[in-house]
Design a protein around this ligand. Structure first.
Ligand code: GLC
Length: 397
């Protein structure tokens, strides 16, 4: 299936283009990222003490949702539970949860209320594996007797049912950690999910392909709906020492790379143990939001174009319009090729200024452009063509 053809229940998601990923859990206390339990081989009894300091004191789900909305993000995916097994939600089958430890609140209930109240599409990340089971840490070769995994699998089924039942409408289920593979009874699990949440969209990490692919930390288009998940610095869960934040220009570059190839971007933030999203992430999201308010038209619902723009820009198509998104402003003239339609007009999205269009066959020149880029990060030109954008006819001369 080409990314241009999406099933009806995924239409909103494809048009959404941009979502916020949130990795939040007790690992924010040691602040050495979400793999700390595994990497340092911390016994589960010792690890459990981090929950005593996981207060979530400053957590405001509404503020998170508003921040995402302000950044132009149309959906969110929050870790309801990561590989360490700590649940941000109330669970009848576990005591290692936020409501039963220092936070004393169902943090997922607050997230669900905020998403529903503010009209944000809501996603749940859920790790199938749980490192607190003796056979999980460190990862060992598959046990021959698969029944050893039974309690972990039962727990996952019970918790997924809780998540699908107790929080109203869930738009996305984002599985992770299906280790070891083949034990999860995923067909049965996902049939249950779909019976409880008929419109849900499910990712490809339960051992089944389901609705969309999830390239991680790289942007590689797939022959089906796909979403690249990327960190804003180098780590997912809060890591005090990781200050290596991408620039706004790099973040927009990732978003454009996804949009121009028909995919979504799920961009991560890692709040601290008190529920604060680190300031460098907030600052960047605000600037991205400003850019989206002017240029989002070129991103939401975008697919590929046939245009060849050399290196001055990437291109997207939204409906009948095409957009050139330039991170390397060429100066007063730009040119592109492989355009299958007559170009009727071209204008700068930032200022509305119209550009002079010249065209010979599939090659187009835009003249009278400002000498310097109108936007310090990425400047966008909107191209209106006659009819539906199409690939040019190939002429052999
Ligand atoms: C990986 C990691 C994990 C992170 C996830 C995000 O599977 O195990 O820590 O949550 O990818 O895609």
């Amino acid at each position: 299936m080409s990314p241009e053809t999406v099933p009806a229940h995924m239409k909103w998601w494809r048009e959404a283009a941009f979502g916020m990923f949130i990795h939040w859990g007790v690992y924010a206390v040691p602040a050495r990222n979400e793999w700390v339990m595994y990497v340092e081989n911390i016994p589960k009894e010792e690890y459990a003490h981090f929950a005593d300091e996981f207060t979530a004191r400053h957590y405001s789900a509404r503020d998170w949702v508003k921040l995402a909305q302000d950044a132009g993000m149309k959906y969110m995916v929050l870790t309801t539970r990561h590989h360490d097994g700590f649940c941000l939600f109330d669970s009848k089958v576990s005591d290692f949860t936020a409501p039963k430890t220092a936070a004393k609140r169902d943090l997922i209930a607050e997230y669900a209320d905020a998403c529903h109240a503010l009209g944000m599409r809501m996603g749940f990340y859920y790790s199938l594996e749980d490192w607190r089971f003796p056979h999980q840490l460190p990862h060992l070769p598959m046990w021959e007797d698969k029944s050893v995994y039974q309690p972990m699998v039962e727990q996952a089924h019970a918790q997924v049912r809780e998540l699908m039942t107790n929080y109203g409408k869930v738009d996305i289920l984002w599985y992770d950690g299906s280790f070891p593979s083949g034990i999860w009874r995923s067909e049965e699990l996902n049939a249950m999910v779909r019976s409880l949440q008929p419109e849900i969209i499910i990712n490809d990490r339960s051992g089944l392909p389901e609705d969309f692919g999830t390239p991680e930390q790289h942007i590689s288009p797939q022959d089906r709906p796909w979403e690249a998940c990327m960190t804003m610095n180098d780590t997912w869960g809060y890591t005090a020492g990781d200050k290596n934040y991408k620039s706004v220009r790099q973040i927009l570059g990732m978003l454009i790379q996804c949009a121009s190839q028909g995919g979504n971007l799920l961009l991560n933030v890692g709040p601290d143990a008190e529920g604060r999203i680190p300031e460098p992430a907030v600052e960047r999201l605000r600037v991205v939001g400003e850019w989206m308010r002017t240029n989002g038209k070129a991103i939401y619902g975008a697919t590929r174009t046939p245009l060849v723009t050399h290196s001055f820009a990437s291109s997207t198509r939204v409906g009948d319009r095409m957009y050139l998104l330039s991170a390397h402003w060429p100066g007063s003239t730009a040119s592109f090729g492989w355009c299958g339609n007559r170009v009727l007009s071209a204008k700068l999205l930032a200022t509305g200024e119209r550009l002079i269009v010249e065209q010979k066959g599939d090659r187009v020149w835009l003249r009278g452009m400002p000498q310097y880029a109108p936007d310090p990060n990425v400047s966008v030109i909107e191209i209106t063509v006659e009819g539906e954008p199409k690939w040019p006819e190939v002429r052999f001369t």
